[in-house]
Design a protein around this ligand. Structure first.
Ligand SMILES: *[C@@H]1O[C@H](CO)[C@@H](O)[C@H](O)[C@H]1NC(C)=O
Length: 229
């Protein structure tokens, strides 16, 4: 259908007021984009690592290779493969950050070997190190080494977002995901680790693996001679 020109123009302000499309809501965060760029950069380093290497091991080759290893030529080759030409946002970010990447490549690589940490966390401040969250990269609940006791996901982990609270995996509950949900029992617990294991299907609660370990029978099962059947 073709709208008369005037009507089409009249629609324009309306279109601008429309809520963003669903895809826009899922737009990658600056941290995601930075991580993507770093992943591509690291891949580029792998891809160029064996280049210009004839296979022999002459002194000449060793010398040329070690020159190439940290050369601007290699950097350019890596940068070229970083963004699809159609990926506007990637190219925009690359253009804005090329100098940072070049400085890292030529001067800072040995001092800060982890590009993600140096670039996304320390320099652009769009991500946090693993196990930390939020604008100031605070430690997740349960500590940055093993957030949520290893039994859950820390909100905002690795990003500048979230509140550091735990979303526990199936079977676990509590602020640090150390407690067991109904239908699970604690099969190991010490200062640092807590492991919850599923009860037999006949138990609503239990203290062990079998139907003789039920505290209470699940709906549809009855207690008979000490077991839920
Ligand atoms: C707690 O249990 C885990 C898992 O079995 C074990 O690796 C760890 O060493 C234990 N820690 C202590 C303090 O006993």
């Amino acid at each position: 259908m073709r709208l008369p020109r005037r009507a089409a123009l009249g629609l324009l302000p309306l279109l601008l007021l429309l809520p963003p499309a669903p895809e826009a809501a899922k737009k990658p965060t600056p941290c995601h984009r930075c991580r993507g760029l770093v992943d591509k950069f690291n891949q580029g380093m792998v891809d160029t690592a064996k280049k210009n290497f004839g296979g022999g091991n002459t002194a000449w080759e060793e010398k040329t290779l070690s020159k190439y290893e940290s050369s601007e030529i290699r950097l350019l080759e890596i940068l070229e493969g970083l963004c699809e030409s159609s990926d506007f946002e990637c190219n925009q970010m690359l253009e804005a950050q090329e100098e940072h990447l070049e400085a890292w490549w030529l001067q800072l690589k040995s001092e800060y070997p982890d590009l993600f940490e140096w670039f996304c966390v320390k320099t652009l401040k769009v991500c946090c190190s693993p196990g930390t969250y939020g604008p100031d990269c605070l430690a997740c609940q349960g500590g940055s080494q093993r957030p949520c006791s290893g039994n859950g996901h820390c909100s905002g982990d690795g990003s500048r977002q979230g509140d550091g609270s735990c979303r526990c995996h199936m079977g676990y509950q509590g602020p640090l995901c150390t407690d067991c949900m109904d239908g699970y029992f604690s099969s190991l617990r010490n200062e640092t680790h807590s492991i919850c294991t599923a009860c037999d299907e006949s138990c609503k609660t239990c203290s062990g693996l079998t139907n003789r370990d039920c505290g209470e029978c699940e709906v549809g099962w009855v207690l008979d001679e000490g077991a839920c059947v």
